[in-house]
Design a protein around this ligand. Structure first.
Ligand code: SAM
Length: 314
């Protein structure tokens, strides 16, 4: 693995989670272990951290890098869709803080065999978890044109989805990530921005292959259930689909009633369980943007659990 991933919004995450000595924390997305090591350091001398990653290569890297932390760190190869079961298995319940730093790491991007980068000459894979049944290549080479266009629209908000889908189908088989990026560049005109024209297509394929939206929706309530009252959940997202899921979830869980507005009397029996710490997402300062261009689209949202599951509405 060549380029080590720089943790995004590092200080903001550690202060936002109010990491303290002796606390217990879960990092759902270990990556290169940047945030994980911050959690370990700030919870010295006896805090415990459970770190998950679904990518076995990432986990091997973190295992070596963070070995000096010894038994204070528990590493598990797992999808955070199974957060609750993994936490229970390793005796992490009622924790002080949970982090989700979504998407790919710089190491995954730099690894040609993963197919995440526009320049990658390796197979068009895009799976974080190599045991998933379908790669991005399977999708672009087998989906009917209309379904492919719908996927690009729904998961990448790509306005040129039909045009791109048509070009992909005409150029099948598409074997590599750089081949796909070239097909899209030739099909669409680069706008006035420096954003690559294939950005939204790659985002849509990656999101779909890894079921990212669904996994996030499944994991957020599990994370809240694992927090002690006063414990905090921090989520860093990198595109609007993910950020919307987090924003809407935090808003909903802050309300005592989620009945539709036309419902005059509450029948939902929903109880507020979160308090938003960030009304607006935290974004990187200019200094970080200069040091780490990947942080460009990062948005950090933080919420705090306000009640135990047994307490009644007052
Ligand atoms: C942005 S990186 C995390 C970087 C990390 N915070 C650091 O400081 O090095 C995201 C990581 O999450 C992992 N990942 C993505 N989706 C996952 C999921 N559903 N379950 C577990 N890990 C996931 C990816 O494999 C990747 O290694």
């Amino acid at each position: 693995m060549t380029s080590v991933h720089l943790p995004v919004l590092y200080l903001e995450v550690l202060s936002g989670l109010a990491v303290h000595p002796g606390g217990t924390y879960i990092d759902c997305t270990a990556g290169a272990g940047g945030h994980t090591s911050g959690l370990l350091e700030k919870s010295e001398p006896n805090g415990r951290v459970l770190a998950l990653d679904v990518d076995p290569k990432a986990l091997d890297f973190v295992r070596q890098r963070l070995a000096p932390w010894g038994e204070r760190l528990t590493l598990v190869q797992a999808n955070f869709a199974r957060l609750n079961a993994v936490a229970q298995d390793h005796n992490f319940g009622q924790v002080d803080g949970i982090l989700m730093d979504l998407g790919w790491s710089s190491m995954q991007l730099a690894d040609e065999s993963r197919g995440f980068s526009f320049r990658a000459e390796g197979p068009l894979d895009m799976r974080y978890d190599p045991t998933l049944p379908h790669t991005a290549g399977d999708l672009v080479n087998t989906l009917p044109e209309k379904d492919l266009a719908n996927l690009l629209w729904q998961f990448g908000e790509e306005h040129r989805s039909r045009k791109i889908a048509r070009a992909i189908v005409r150029n099948r088989p598409v074997r590599t990530a750089d081949q796909l990026a070239k097909i899209i560049s030739q099909t669409t005109q680069r706008g006035h921005t420096r954003i690559h024209p294939a950005t939204k297509t790659f985002l849509a394929l990656r999101t779909y292959v890894n079921k990212e939206a669904k996994v996030l929706q499944t994991a957020l309530p599990q994370a809240v259930a694992l927090l002690r009252p006063g414990g905090r959940l921090a989520v860093i997202s990198f595109h609007s689909l993910e950020d919307r899921i987090v924003k809407n979830f935090f808003r909903q869980e802050e309300r005592d009633c989620i009945c539709p507005v036309e419902q005059l009397t509450c029948v939902c029996e929903h109880h507020a369980i979160l308090r938003r710490i960030t009304r607006k997402p935290i974004t990187p300062e200019a200094g970080e943007l200069g040091r780490n261009p990947r942080s460009r689209s990062a948005k950090l949202r933080i919420a705090e659990r306000i009640r135990s599951s047994t307490s009644q509405r007052s």
